[in-house]
Ligand binder design. Structure first.
Ligand code: SF4
Length: 338
């Protein structure tokens, strides 16, 4: 956006550099704080460019105060949500949305149940991160990691996701290393091929959630019929050969659906000798979803079977489930729809 403004007003390059430093790195709170620019240009900027493409609605804090789910509205009135997770090891990770709602409609996902409004533009994605940068700056901290795991499927909004990643990764702008960016997808194979042959290659997480095609069709009918697991794992073979990085497989354990020992055994066969990390997520109950969370014994039994079969597995500690900010829970209720 600054590029267009700089072109229109024929500003020298150092003015764009000053803008990028103040806006993206220093995370100023308004264009009035862009004091490296003369006030005459600053006033034009205020008239012609929106400081933020999002209106802030509210912050919801977890009881420990370390996870914050923030609700925004786009300028045309659509709700989106983002989550800041502050870890003890110093990481401050922002989970961003790339859509308002989602058209994929996975059966266990609250976002999928709210329907689809529209794709977000790249600025709307970046402005979610800037909001948390400004918040953290007050405590002398900064955003360290980005995960595209909020509302929406990144592979269905590829151009804007790519542009946002360029800004996130640009040393002159946010300067967050590409290895600290994770993109999560349910498996739109052609788009994944396009994305991972392109310049920026963030970490890949695949929302798998099932050990076989039958179960996947039940809980993720749209994507699994369009790109069956066989096709998805052909892509995985290509990725392992060409990118050679570990893939995280997200697996939400849903009571009585995909949480039994035979499912763990089947999953371990699927991932055996692959560069894989299984991230087990306890299903996050929601009043709009007809599924239940498995008990702790079932979760531990599932993980033990995977570990015994040499499949590296972690259990995701859900930081935001009490505030509706955990995986698969982002769904705008209340004032956002009014
Ligand atoms: S799991 Fe992801 S792709 Fe599926 S409905 Fe939810 S947000 Fe969309």
């Amino acid at each position: 956006m600054i590029e267009d403004f700089a072109n229109t007003h024929k500003l020298p390059k150092y003015r764009s550099d000053q803008f990028n430093d103040q806006f993206y790195k220093q995370a100023i709170n308004s264009f009035d704080e862009l004091t490296t620019w003369p006030s005459s240009i600053r006033e034009k900027l205020k008239k012609e460019v929106e400081f933020s493409t999002l209106d802030h609605i509210q912050d919801n804090y977890s009881s420990a105060g370390t996870t914050i789910k923030t609700e925004f509205k786009t300028k045309d009135g659509f709700p989106i949500e983002s989550v800041l997770m502050q870890y003890k090891d110093g990481r401050n990770s922002v989970c961003v949305s790339c859509m308002s709602g989602c058209p994929v409609g996975c059966e266990f996902c609250a976002t999928g149940k709210m329907g689809f409004n529209r794709n977000l533009g790249y600025r709307e994605i970046v402005d979610q991160i800037l909001y948390f940068k400004r918040m953290l700056k007050k405590k002398g901290k900064d955003v360290t990691n980005i995960v595209f795991m909020g509302m929406g499927e990144p592979m269905l909004n590829l151009d804007n996701v790519k542009k946002a990643i360029e800004i996130i990764n640009d040393p002159e702008k946010m300067s967050i290393g590409i290895r600290r960016v994770t993109i999560s997808t349910v498996g739109y194979v052609p788009q994944m091929e396009e994305f991972f042959t392109d310049k920026h290659k963030p970490k890949l997480a695949i929302s798998l959630h099932a050990p076989n095609q039958n179960i996947r069709e039940k809980i993720m009918p749209k994507i699994s019929k369009l790109h069956p697991m066989e096709e998805l794992f052909e892509f995985v073979n290509w990725y392992e050969k060409n990118i050679n990085k570990r893939i995280t497989y997200e697996y939400t354990l849903i009571k009585g659906i995909n949480d039994q020992p035979e499912h763990a055994i089947e999953l371990s066969k699927l991932l055996y000798q692959r560069k894989a990390l299984v991230n087990v997520i306890r299903f996050n109950p929601s009043i709009i979803l007809p599924f239940e969370k498995p008990n702790e014994e079932t979760v531990q039994r599932f993980v033990k079977i995977l570990n015994n079969r040499d499949i590296k597995t972690t259990i995701r500690y859900s930081m935001g489930d009490k505030i509706g900010g955990a995986c698969g829970q982002l769904h705008s209720f209340n004032s956002l729809n009014s």
